[in-house]
Design a protein around this ligand. Structure first.
Ligand SMILES: *[C@@H]1O[C@H](CO)[C@@H](O)[C@H](O)[C@H]1NC(C)=O
Ligand SMILES: *[C@@H]1O[C@H](CO)[C@@H](O)[C@H](O)[C@H]1NC(C)=O
Length: 217
């Protein structure tokens, strides 16, 4: 009886999926930037070789001259190798007037977002079956939260440029931009799938699949 219970508990624990980055088991684990070997995270270099540069990055203003009028500059583990295993990162988002950071999700992170300059209309969507839209207009100094995994967006509704910083609860939050992945996938999703899913005809799907879906990240 007791053995069965332990066995079931062990099974339950083994099948647990964590939505957050695991905690570090040492002070830090500066990543070896080796793109050929993959573990859950990145391999660590010997801590005695760590340098200040492993914990440093300088963020430039993003170039917003593109079809979306926005640019995301991620500062995650690929930019700061010292973020490996620490469960945190950030992004700077620049917006031209009317610039949009289009609907997207971070599969591994909640985002806490602060406006440094300008006015943004932001929002996120809740899961089925409610699909509620939760929105707000943010001004300089305002902070908003986009919960992990939920689709969200930001649109510059002010007269000038806007700048914001998003803090993210993963060293590697990931980004899935809805329009890009659905209509710009490689290879393309069969139009049989998209016509039915979006309840539109083939011409509309063809047209959407022919667009160039700019990736602002
Ligand atoms: C910004 O991007 C545009 C389009 O790619 C390019 O023509 C322009 O030179 C860039 N501006 C700067 C300052 O890099
Ligand atoms: C890590 O490697 C990637 C891919 O080669 C590169 O883009 C990135 O700049 C590197 N990061 C650092 C901090 O060296």
């Amino acid at each position: 009886m007791k053995t069965t219970f332990l066995f079931v508990t062990a099974l339950a624990l083994a099948s647990c999926a964590f939505a957050f980055d695991p905690s570090p088991l040492q002070d830090f684990c500066v990543a070896i930037n080796n793109t050929n070997v993959f573990v859950n995270g990145k391999l660590c270099e010997d801590p005695k070789f760590a340098t200040p540069e492993d914990f440093f990055f300088s963020v430039k203003e993003g170039n917003t001259s593109n079809s979306l009028g926005s640019k995301v500059t991620p500062v995650a583990v690929n930019e700061i190798l010292g973020l490996n295993t620490l469960g945190i990162s950030l992004a700077r988002i620049d917006f031209a007037p009317r610039g949009l950071n289009p609907p997207h999700t971070h599969p591994r992170a909640t985002e806490i977002f602060i406006v440094l300059e300008g006015t943004l209309y932001v929002g996120f969507l809740t899961s089925n079956p409610q699909n509620r839209l939760i929105t707000k207009v943010l001004n300089k100094g305002d902070v908003f939260v986009f919960p992990i995994g939920l689709i969200h967006f930001q649109l510059n509704v002010g007269y000038g440029n806007a700048v914001a910083i998003g803090g993210l609860s993963s060293q590697n939050p990931g980004v899935i931009t809805i329009a890009n992945v659905v209509f710009g996938s490689n290879p393309k999703i069969s139009s049989d799938v998209l016509t039915k899913a979006f309840q539109v005809d083939n011409n509309i799907v063809d047209n959407l699949q022919k667009q160039f879906w700019y990736d602002n990240n």
